[in-house]
Design a protein around this ligand. Sequence first.
Ligand SMILES: *[C@@H]1O[C@H](CO)[C@@H](O)[C@H](O)[C@H]1NC(C)=O
Length: 155
Amino acid sequence: MDTGLNKNLPRGYKLTLLAILLFISWQCSIVSGFKLRSGLTYVNLKNDIAENITLHAHCRSADDDLGPKIISYGQIIEWWFIINLFETTLFWCNLWYVADSEGGVVSGSGDIFRVKQLKGCDDKCDCYRAARKDGVHSYKLHPQPEDYILFGWMS
Ligand SMILES: *[C@@H]1O[C@H](CO)[C@@H](O)[C@H](O)[C@H]1NC(C)=O
């Protein structure tokens, strides 16, 4: 008695199914030296500078322009994207804030996401960034806690 649905599926179809299953189960993990990933990479940028300090951010990649954003203290901006086949996906941000009542501006710009910085992302390809007084940090809790400065302020 042949009850196995599987048996009747053409080979090519099974391979396609397998490929789809693999694709959706891939995470931001390293397999034999290659980073295998699927779907979307996530970047989250938080204003962690100081109370009452508003962060201005304009982040871009070669393909996407997120436009100018205003981030209140404690708030975030976030976006998702697909890493291109050539793994050259890069987002950079121009950031600035008014630091004091005299109107002194602190600004900085740098790469907020590079494929090489995936180590600065957690195992789900979620990448957390925080603008602080001493610079823009990359931080994560999983799998190992990590926190380092990606780039500093210019003034
Ligand atoms: C932030 O602004 C509020 C309202 O103006 C003020 O009460 C508070 O003292 C300010 N906090 C700081 C750290 O300057």
